[in-house]
Design a binder for this molecule. Structure first.
Ligand SMILES: [Ca+2]
Length: 188
């Protein structure tokens, strides 16, 4: 049986690059990680939240999810290292693959290796350095359980045996993320 509270998804108040988003989310609470929908239902719940939040404040519109193929083109993994077992790509997505030029993979600045969720709930690969709000999965015991509604996917992902923290290579420097003065508001 799953625990009584599986935690909740919170959307950040501020926009950041993918890497900064990962760092801010993970440092916001013990066990927190960039959200990864793992089923159609879970994806729907995430998109519902995004729609609600965007209706309240148009600054949202899309959010980073914890998925990318920045380690190996076309291999979509979560920030915790396991393979993304579910995806809900928008029409024509993902389209930001590292292009093959003269038979050789060519890394270009425009490569889209990090995943955002649109309001429709569809996924899009986008440049990791774009600044977006992010969806953070916070464990139930890190939040006030009495005010939370369990998220659908908090415990359904099993990290791969070789799971290791990953960070986008491009521009990844061991800097301390800027302090986020606002605590993401619990929404679900
Ligand atoms: Ca794209």
């Amino acid at each position: 049986m799953p625990p009584a509270s599986l935690g909740q998804i919170v959307l950040s108040e501020t926009a950041h690059s993918f890497l900064e988003s990962q760092q801010l989310c993970e440092s916001s609470a013990p066990g927190a990680y960039l959200a990864v929908p793992t089923s159609a239902y879970s994806n729907f719940k995430h998109s519902q939240l995004l729609q609600k939040k965007t209706q309240e404040d148009s600054k949202y519109g899309s959010v980073w999810l914890g998925v990318g193929d920045y380690e190996k083109e076309g291999v979509w993994r979560t920030t915790r290292g396991d393979y993304a077992i579910y995806a809900h790509w928008g029409m024509g997505q993902p389209d930001g693959g590292t292009p093959i030029v003269n038979g050789t993979r060519k890394v270009v600045a425009a490569a889209e290796n990090c995943v955002e969720m649109w309001m429709s709930g569809e996924w899009n690969d986008a440049p990791c350095n774009e600044e977006k709000h992010y969806a953070c999965q916070v464990p139930g015991d890190a939040m006030d359980a009495s005010t939370t509604t369990p998220a659908a996917d908090a415990s359904s992902t099993t990290p791969a045996a070789d799971a290791s923290p990953m960070a986008p290579a491009a521009g990844a420097s061991p800097t301390t993320p800027a302090a986020d003065p606002t605590t993401p508001a619990p929404l679900i």
